[in-house]
Design a protein around this ligand. Sequence first.
Ligand SMILES: Cc1cc2nc3c(=O)[nH]c(=O)nc-3n(C[C@H](O)[C@H](O)[C@H](O)COP(=O)(O)OP(=O)(O)OC[C@H]3O[C@@H](n4cnc5c(N)ncnc54)[C@H](O)[C@@H]3O)c2cc1C
Length: 339
Amino acid sequence: MLRLPACEVANPRTVDQALALLAEHGDAAMLIAGGTDLVPNMKHRLFEPELLVSLAGVDELRGVRETPDGIEIGAMSTLAALARDEQLIANYPALAQAVSLVAGPQLRNMGTLGGNVMLDTRCQWYNQTYFWRKSLGFCLKKDGDTCHVVKGGSKCVAAASNDSVPALMTLGASLVLRCSTGERVVSVDDFWKADGIANKRVEPGELLVAVRLPRTAAGHRGAYGKLRDRGSIDFPLLGMAARVDLDASGKVADADLVVTALQARPVRIKQVAEILTGTEPGRANFDAAVEAACTQAAKQCKPMPNIPGDHDYRRAMVPVYARRTLRAAVDQAGPVHHI
Ligand SMILES: Cc1cc2nc3c(=O)[nH]c(=O)nc-3n(C[C@H](O)[C@H](O)[C@H](O)COP(=O)(O)OP(=O)(O)OC[C@H]3O[C@@H](n4cnc5c(N)ncnc54)[C@H](O)[C@@H]3O)c2cc1C
């Protein structure tokens, strides 16, 4: 049995109290939301904080609110609550579908959107017990200096694996981050670095308070596609969010496709908007444009043996999932996954 390393737990009731604890304890403290990723990681000795600052009692971080420009989702909103939120299902379908496919039901009841955005990167050489990692001389991301994925590699290639993020990127989301000295709002697109050790532009002592989503238009269509070993619980082998906005005449006015579970940051497929705009679902020009977008996705996405699953198979599935997810968006038939 794996045991948790000893640590203290603080239970603030407000964001200000949580921020004061982070400022006081510095590197010795970590935030814990639902704990569904952090607790297993602590058992694997990937993190050994002296103090866990629990957000479980901070009610102001829960819930979905209307704003003048769209909606704001509190960071402590659970994935299960968001997956059944009618407003999300109707107006932000890719996000509702993505969170409905995270892990399994128990983990979605505890896991939060904030914890999902802030999820650590994953690698099959990293998400292992201390003894397992030690027997191989550890790795670049933690305790060692060797990359087992890219022989001789000096840059960690652990993969972003958070299902909500591709959807948030296609939706033009921004993140509200607070620390003890102020607040900043950053586009979710600008939040990522190509560094598997630390893939987020987050400052010490910062807390993700909320995720803001701009209003979607009437012709907005979205879908999430997820390839995984077991439909009941696994992390993505590939995760893909598609956005296809239709104008009043039914033609594509805008489109986007973002893929995760490849490398440290999610990958936006280039020129998807240019390729699809002006085409009309149901007509040959749309079918040809979808195929061109799939070809572009296959060119850009190069799965590595960083996460479990055969990477040649994952690579072969890129155009397949791109096609299915774009079509599911238009047909309002998502999510795309297998049971
Ligand atoms: C078996 C299993 C399967 C899983 N499958 C998936 C999957 O398919 N897809 C997927 O995306 N995830 C998966 N997960 C991971 C996890 O369950 C989810 O990502 C979940 O959303 C994490 O949220 P949490 O609230 O539990 O985060 P926690 O575990 O509490 O925290 C995760 C990280 O975020 C930080 N953090 C949390 N909240 C905040 C905040 N408000 N501000 C700043 N930092 C914060 C924590 O310090 C920690 O570093 C799986 C986990 C397990 C154990």
